[in-house]
Design a binder for this molecule. Structure first.
Ligand code: SF4
Length: 377
């Protein structure tokens, strides 16, 4: 247990102060850092170029400058990212940023960034909607190669296919260990409560993935060796982009509600797809996007998100689903009415909460989580 606590403390230290952690990472490794906007970017290329990717998932900042460019109905996460580009917060540690135009907001930011944040190189990527066909795999490979050239210019280093294969293996190991961790939460739902679970997963965004994976493997092994915890609270699956601020996660803990599994872009959607073994490394990276499921950012003509959520609820033994919808996130809002009906038809209780990163108080959310927990069987 001592091991478990001290390993968790290391992850918490990193995840609770991202700016400080990124600055330390840069100083300790001497490597350039590349900011990765949300969703499915080829981190392997950054890693293969001898740089380290770090996550850009918004954060707590006062929104002032970005209002000049962004509409009031822009999601709070991207507003925060853009603000920290404009107010030079990112320039203290980052050497460039990568983003892909997944939604209307990100499409605008790709262009806004070029005129408003001129001192930070931007690598903009465009993914196909029809992502599963052979032409899409070829097209994504071409986009990866274009991004690679721009990253090589920042790194001052040419990336070989062998470098990329080695980086791919580092990331596959990270993804496998992360999948194992989310399953182990069921064994220790008290120790790995909603906040701890979040911080352990979040720390990956501010560490060298190889170092992170070694530490996570040690934590997983310690959990496997420990006795299972008795837990009499409720278990939920959370859906959405991400769950923050931390006070919101604390509200789950205070009400004895365990996040037993997730369908979040910030968490499992990042690592739940195991890479295919065949093909070039560019094809393997593209297949991970083609094979992704239950992700509102990626076209799904059959609209199977609801069915996939029902399967996840069964797999994790969840008592209900908490939807943490990022306010003004159109891809999430398009999916919700469809899967809500399907979950309710399957007698799965659903709580819908619209969240913003810069919320001043989470009082009303605490009450809603408490009330929801009381209704669960
Ligand atoms: S997908 Fe939603 S949360 Fe993400 S950038 Fe677009 S609007 Fe914002």
């Amino acid at each position: 247990m001592a091991d478990i606590k001290s390993l968790i403390a290391e992850f918490e230290k990193v995840a609770l102060n991202p700016a400080k952690s990124a600055a330390e990472l840069k100083k300790e490794t001497g490597k350039k850092l590349i900011g990765m906007f949300p969703y499915h970017l080829p981190e392997e290329i950054v890693y293969a170029a001898g740089m380290l990717p770090v996550g850009m998932w918004g954060g707590q900042t006062e929104i002032k400058l970005s209002n000049k460019y962004l509409q009031s109905f822009c999601c709070s996460m991207i507003k925060a990212n853009f603000e920290m580009g404009m107010n030079k917060t990112y320039q203290k540690v980052l050497d460039g940023v990568v983003m892909a135009a997944y939604c209307d907001t990100l499409k605008c930011i790709c262009e806004d960034w070029k005129v408003a944040v001129t001192d930070m190189p931007l690598i903009a990527m465009y993914y196909p909607q029809n992502r599963k066909i052979a032409a899409a795999i070829d097209y994504m490979g071409a986009e990866f190669k274009k991004a690679q050239e721009q990253l090589e210019a920042i790194a001052g280093k040419k990336v070989t296919e062998a470098d990329l294969e080695a980086a791919w293996e580092v990331y596959e190991a990270y993804r496998a260990e992360s999948r194992k961790f989310v399953k182990l939460v069921a064994k220790m739902p008290k120790t790995l409560n909603a906040t701890v679970r979040h911080l352990v997963i979040k720390a990956a965004w501010f560490m060298d993935k190889k170092v992170y994976t070694e530490k996570l493997a040690a934590l997983n092994a310690a959990i496997e060796a420990a006795p299972a915890e008795e837990f009499n609270g409720k278990k939920v699956l959370v859906e959405g982009i991400m769950v923050e601020p931390i006070a919101l996660l604390d509200a789950f803990v205070e009400n004895d509600v365990c996040i037993i599994g997730d369908d979040l872009s910030h968490q499992s959607r990042m690592f739940r797809i195991e890479g295919r073994k065949e093909g070039t490394v560019y094809e393997k990276m593209a297949y991970r996007i083609a094979d992704a499921y239950a992700d509102p950012l990626l076209l799904d003509e059959k609209k199977e998100h609801g069915k996939e959520l029902i399967d996840m609820v069964k797999e994790y033994g969840a008592d209900g689903v908490v939807v943490c919808a990022m306010k003004f996130c159109d891809p999430e809002e398009y999916d919700y009415p469809i899967f809500k009906e399907e979950l309710e038809a399957a007698n799965i209780p659903v709580l819908y909460m619209e969240i913003e990163q810069q919320m001043e108080s989470v009082g009303q959310y605490k009450t809603r989580i408490q009330a929801f927990a009381e209704t669960l069987a």
